[in-house]
Design a protein around this ligand. Sequence first.
Ligand SMILES: C[S@@+](CC[C@H](N)C(=O)[O-])C[C@H]1O[C@@H](n2cnc3c(N)ncnc32)[C@H](O)[C@@H]1O
Length: 273
Amino acid sequence: MLRTIRGRKMLEDESRDIEKIRKRWDEHADRFDKWYQTFKGAVENHMDWELLKRHLPQNRDAKILDAAGGTGRITLPLAKMGYSVTLCDISPKMLNVARRKLLREGVLDKAEILECDVCKLRFADESFDFVLCWDGPSEASKELIRVTKKGGKISVYLMNKCGVAISEFHENPDSSLALLRSKSNYVVHHGEKSMAVSVEEARELFEKTGIQVIEIYAVCGMLDLLSIPKKVQESRSWDEKFFKQVTEMLLRLSEEPSAKGLSRHLVLYGERI
Ligand SMILES: C[S@@+](CC[C@H](N)C(=O)[O-])C[C@H]1O[C@@H](n2cnc3c(N)ncnc32)[C@H](O)[C@@H]1O
């Protein structure tokens, strides 16, 4: 369930409840990767990677920060590709899962793992060539930009205002309508404050803070638009031809301006200037 935030006091109270957020993700740690074994999870992981590969640094010596990187879904393949990755997250249990996976795959030495709040990063200005923050707190963007080198790249996940309102409508029409009526760009979702923006607002926001936006893609939740039954979405085995058709369809839609308002999230790629 989502709701928009009105007063500033409420915004601060909700956003800084770090302990609540840590506990929620600690409890989720053993289940997080399992979701990516379902058809829906595998499609979304494939999409994330296809888009990310277009923007990764050519140079494998590049230093990458995976902020709010959780169980290392992105860190592990990056480390296997040879990049030096710093993985940080607020949840020690999510990080333990990541540590075990990196150790098992023999690439623990390629990653530095830190428990920290991404809104208070301990790195010097311009420390990284590429900074990712997928599904972390939206208020982290100032810090993420600070630690990105000039000429380096940044990638952030943002909630998509129309897409969120559409996908939550069946559960709570009042709060979906409140979101679209409101001028606020913040929603509270599972107790965490997130920014919800349109493609245009995302571009404006980042361009104001010294980021040249390269591309904004529509990701997450688009399977529902293809009317794929829940049973298929949750299945753990599938037809490869169908998987390829679905992912091609979604990759094309992720770049299609007339469809971009409909996804749950946007993923923005930009260059620090
Ligand atoms: C949906 S998971 C995403 C994990 C990873 N980025 C991925 O895409 O697989 C969100 C992660 O954000 C982390 N997180 C939330 N707030 C945070 C904060 N203030 N600082 C660091 N990590 C945070 C959570 O602990 C959780 O691991």
